[in-house]
Design a protein around this ligand. Structure first.
Ligand SMILES: [Zn+2]
Length: 466
């Protein structure tokens, strides 16, 4: 049995052997009390071919598009057939469905149109109706603590336009459901069709009326049912303007991924509009850290785009990940997670234990297959053999840099979650690349337990989680 308190791993097979019966009390100690062990694997990186793609996409992408050149004068912003004068705030409602009778599902939108010209950025929450970090963060952002004279978003000082939509999937939100009332996943339905099913109609109206006129989109999500995410950004880093706002968000973990078919991120990028997905926390819950980090990131993006005054904060490092591994239970029973989302773990470290009421004297360890950062972990303790219990980014570079940002439980302190933000030049940020492929084809493919109805093959395999 591995002595995690003081000894080294005595048998290299034990680290991955969940058959063992563990009766040791050490696993109940705080994680920080347990000893680190295991050698490093060879350094890995985003694969060369992908790096070349990303570098190529970034070439010649700087400069301000003419359409919102700072030299042009202020203009009215036309949105949903309303004219919004420069330097003003408007509260609007947008109907998800265009009907004469029956439910139209109006959603509230706040538009802040700056006194000075600039880009249009659209901020979305609850495309999945039960993911509440976005609604909470964007409701705060729409309110008087953030918007107004002398506040972070001052219409008189703002360059460009901010559209804030705290709740996109209003019917799902009201029924505490991820899905639309027709059982479909709105985030697999873009760009939609006007004469098709309900979700496609809604997606198409959102696409035409809200997304198409945007230069940048930030879409706020949480993990799906039964798990929770460490705050992270997902973006196609080979899409230049998405790459820019992914980095300028100012947090540590960026997952390079185009997004599943029909997802807002993928379809938006296909139309050459920048889009990143923020993920943090879990559904049906308040996750104050994720709310705080998402607001911090949005303000960083606005500063970086020079829409609002001030310097963007930057993290001391970024993990640019193109691959991941799943940690699974090999037993059935009740899970006790020792290394939750955000934990930095070593190869062979016990990340969770499984017990079963039928044999209460037995406890099985689940160990990490690699050193890395756990970006998502199970919150539902019920597991069967094969159930994923954690999603890990293997890390072999920058380990010392990462360790400096771990708390006493070896959890990463995400920028924006603690204290005053730090200003850094972008070239002072250490980029740490993570190699590989997304296990199962997409970032969260393995979590898929509830494929959307009426979906194609890819959607059935895809991530229910973005
Ligand atoms: Zn989501």
């Amino acid at each position: 049995m591995p002595n995690l308190l003081g000894g080294s791993l005595t048998d290299s097979t034990e680290g991955s052997d969940n058959e063992q019966i563990s009766d040791r009390p050490e696993s109940l100690l705080p994680r920080s009390k347990r000893r680190r062990f295991s050698p490093l694997k060879v350094a890995n990186q985003i694969p060369k071919r992908r790096r070349i793609e990303i570098e190529k996409a970034l070439e010649g992408s700087s400069g301000t598009p003419k359409k919102w050149s700072r030299q042009s004068g202020p203009k009215n912003h036309t949105f949903l057939r309303k004219r919004i004068p420069p330097g003003s705030i408007r509260r609007l409602e947008f109907d998800l469905l265009s009907v004469d009778i029956g439910e139209s599902w109006p959603v509230p939108i706040t538009v802040v149109h700056g006194a000075r010209p600039g880009p249009t950025i659209t901020l979305l929450g609850a495309v999945h109706g039960n993911e509440l970090v976005g609604p909470l963060a964007l409701t705060y952002l729409s309110g008087p603590n953030f918007i107004g004279s002398g506040k972070a978003i001052d219409p008189e000082a703002l360059s460009g336009t901010i559209r804030i939509v705290p709740i996109v999937n209003m019917p799902g939100y009201k029924t505490k459901s991820r899905y639309m009332p027709d059982g479909r996943d709105l985030n697999r339905s873009f760009p939609g069709k006007p004469d098709s099913n309900t979700s496609y109609r809604v997606a198409n109206r959102i696409w035409n009326k809200i997304i198409a006129g945007s230069d940048y989109v930030i879409d706020l999500h949480t993990a799906a049912v039964g798990r929770t995410n460490m705050p992270q950004i997902r973006a196609n880093l080979a899409h230049a303007s998405s790459n820019r706002i992914a980095r300028s968000f100012g947090i540590e973990a960026i997952l390079d991924n185009a997004g599943p078919k029909g997802s807002l991120r993928r379809v938006t990028n296909d139309a050459d509009i920048a889009c990143v997905t923020f993920e943090g926390g879990g559904p049906d819950e308040l996750d104050p850290e994720s709310v705080q980090v998402s607001l911090y990131g949005i303000l960083n993006v606005l500063r970086s785009l020079r829409m609002i005054p001030g310097h963007p904060s930057r993290p001391s490092f970024r993990i640019l990940a193109s691959g991941s591994l799943w940690i699974r239970s090999d037993q059935g029973g009740l899970l006790d997670v020792l290394a939750p989302a955000g934990s930095f773990v070593d190869e062979g470290e016990v990340v969770a234990t499984v017990t079963n009421p039928e044999s209460p004297s037995e406890s099985h360890d689940i160990v990490s297959p690699t050193r890395g950062l756990i970006i998502c972990s199970a919150t539902n303790p019920f597991v069967t053999a094969g159930t994923p219990v954690g999603h890990i980014l293997p890390v072999s570079k920058g380990v010392q840099t990462i360790r400096k940002r771990l708390d006493e439980d070896d959890c990463l302190v995400i920028s924006g979650a603690d204290g005053d933000p730090v200003w850094r030049d972008d070239d002072e940020v250490e980029d740490i690349t993570v190699d590989g492929e997304w296990s199962g084809g997409n970032v969260d493919a393995e979590w898929s337990t509830n494929p959307p109805t009426g979906s194609d093959e890819e959607a059935a395999e895809s991530d229910p989680h973005q």
